[in-house]
Design a protein around this ligand. Sequence first.
Ligand SMILES: Nc1ncnc2c1ncn2[C@@H]1O[C@H](COP(=O)(O)OP(=O)(O)OP(=O)(O)O)[C@@H](O)[C@H]1O
Length: 330
Amino acid sequence: MSPVAPRLQVRSLDVRYHTARGSVQAVSGIDFDVRPGELVGLIGESGCGKTTTAMALLRLVQPPGRVHAGTALLDGVDLLALSGEQLRRARWSTVAFIPQGAQNSLNPVMRVGAQLVDVIRAHSRTRIAKSELAERTRECLTSVGLSSEVLGLYPHQLSGGMKQRVCIAMAVSLRPQLIIADEPTSALDVIVQRVVAQTLLRIKEELGVSIVLIGHDIGLMAQLADRVAVMYAGRIVEFGPTTEVFARPGHPYTRQLIEAVPALGRSTTTITGEGRMPDLRNPPNGCIFQGRCPEVTDLCRDTPPVAVHIGDDHLSHCHFNEPLEEVHDG
Ligand SMILES: Nc1ncnc2c1ncn2[C@@H]1O[C@H](COP(=O)(O)OP(=O)(O)OP(=O)(O)O)[C@@H](O)[C@H]1O
C-alpha cells in the first residue's frame, strides 16, 4: 500500500431504500479512499450504486433512502456525522458536487459572472470585498480554460461544453478539498466530452483537488482516473490503479466490462455477460456476482469472497484470485 494518507476514507458504507416491496440494498458495506490530488473513478453498469454512493457522501440521499452504516472521513472529519449547520458550511467550500446534466442547472436569466459571485458569496465563510470577488471569478474561469469574457454572457450564449466548464468553475470557486462529479460528460458530444475531461484533469493538477468521478464510459475513465473502483450490485468488486485494473483485471466482472468497451465510434457500453443483476431486495448468499459469472462454483454460491491483494495497491473480491496478501473484507 502507498504511504500517502488518504484525503477521503470511506468505510463500510451501507445505504438502503426502504420501499413497500422491501429494502433495496443499494450500497452494501463498501470501502474506498481518495488521496490528495487524485481522481478515483467509480465505474459499473446502471443500477450498481454509483449515484447512491455519491449522494451518501454529499448527505443528499432522499427518502425512502437512508444511510444505514459507515463513515466517510474527509481529512479526518466524518461527513456522515456532520450536523445540519456544519453540512451547510461544508457544501461547496469543502465538498463540491457536479451533478448529472449540471449545465442545465445554470440560471438562464443570469449572466455567468453573477452566478459565480452568488455561489462564492453564499458559501464563503468570510465576507469578500468586491474587487476580490471579481478577481476570484476571473481566476475560476481561467482554471477551466475559459476567458473572462464569458463572465458577461448568459448561458444560452454558451455551447454545452462551455456551460459544463462553467459548472466546474463553480465547483472549484470555493477551493474545496473534494469534488464529486456524476457523469459530467454525459449528454455532450464526443469531442466536447474530451474538452470537459481535460478540464477535470487540469483542475486536479493545478489545484490539487481530489475528485470522485462517476461514469460508465470505460474508455474515458481509463484516460482520466488514477485509480478505479469497479462496482457491481452495490459492492466494490475490484479497486486499484487504472492501468493495473485494465491490464490485469482480477474480477470476472471487470473482465466483462472491459470486453464490453464499445468499438471505435460508439459511445455506450453493453454488457456481454449473461443474466441480470441480482434483486437487491434479496441479494444471494455467497458471491454477489454468482448469477453472471462464467466460472461460478459451489464455493461462490455459499461463501462471500474476501478482498485479496492481487497486486500493488490492487484489490479484488473473487475466490479464484491469487492473493499476494489477504486483507479485511469491508
Ligand atoms: N428512490 C429509490 N427507491 C428505490 N430504489 C432506488 C431508489 N433510487 C435508487 N434505487 C435503487 O438503488 C440501486 C442503485 O441505484 P443508483 O442510482 O445508485 O445506481 P447507479 O449505478 O448510479 O445507476 P445509473 O448509472 O443508472 O445512475 C438500484 O437498484 C436502484 O434501482
